[in-house]
Design a protein around this ligand. Structure first.
Ligand SMILES: CC(C)(COP(=O)(O)OP(=O)(O)OC[C@H]1O[C@@H](n2cnc3c(N)ncnc32)[C@H](O)[C@@H]1OP(=O)(O)O)[C@@H](O)C(=O)NCCC(=O)NCCS
Length: 151
């Protein structure tokens, strides 16, 4: 079973919104998937990526899909200094097949194309599983204080 990764297209909107709503149910309204997608399409839209499996693979999962089904998504951005990865998600029933790792590699490849040499990302300290995932794809915890301010 293979994952095909490509840039987001407008027809993907409902599927990506459904995926992110399912995987990030506690996100605040400012992070509503529709808002995140809309904003991302204004800045480096080529770094909004989706991963899909074909209908046969999706149907084998009992998903009842006929055509290709989006089972993963990720966003990245390069600000001229660092690249950032956001909103990586794989549908629960498609996890532990390497799809998350493939999405990260694809996001990194897109960032490199823009000249980016270093990627950062933030994970809640309590989210041990995702930290384990990112370690497995080569990321290290860097001892920094992450600061932020709403403007
Ligand atoms: C994080 C996430 C994208 C991983 O997707 P995935 O497709 O299951 O990841 P992969 O199959 O590529 O995993 C690669 C390796 O990461 C590690 N890993 C993945 N999930 C793990 C978990 N839950 N616990 C511990 N290690 C894990 C393993 O070493 C795994 O290799 P293995 O399956 O051979 O043991 C997925 O679990 C997810 O969508 N989580 C919820 C969303 C989220 O919190 N995203 C991050 C927000 S920044």
């Amino acid at each position: 079973m293979g994952l095909s990764i490509r840039a987001f297209r407008n027809g993907d909107r409902a599927a990506v919104e459904a995926l992110w709503t399912r995987v990030f149910p506690d996100d605040p309204p400012r992070n509503a998937p529709s808002v995140v997608i809309e904003n991302k399409l204004k800045v480096q839209p080529e770094l909004l990526l989706v991963g899909e499996v074909d209908g046969v693979d999706a149907a084998a999962e009992g998903a009842g899909a006929v055509g290709a089904r989006i089972v993963g998504a990720v966003m990245a951005g390069y600000d001229g200094v660092r690249g950032w990865i956001y909103h990586l998600a794989v549908a629960p029933e498609f996890r532990r097949r390497g799809y998350g790792a493939q999405l990260v590699r694809a996001a990194e490849a897109g960032l490199r194309t823009l000249g980016c040499a270093k990627v950062n990302l933030q994970v809640r300290a309590s989210n041990r599983e995702v930290i384990a995932f990112y370690r497995s794809v080569g990321y290290e915890v860097e001892e920094r204080v992450s600061m932020g301010r709403r403007i």
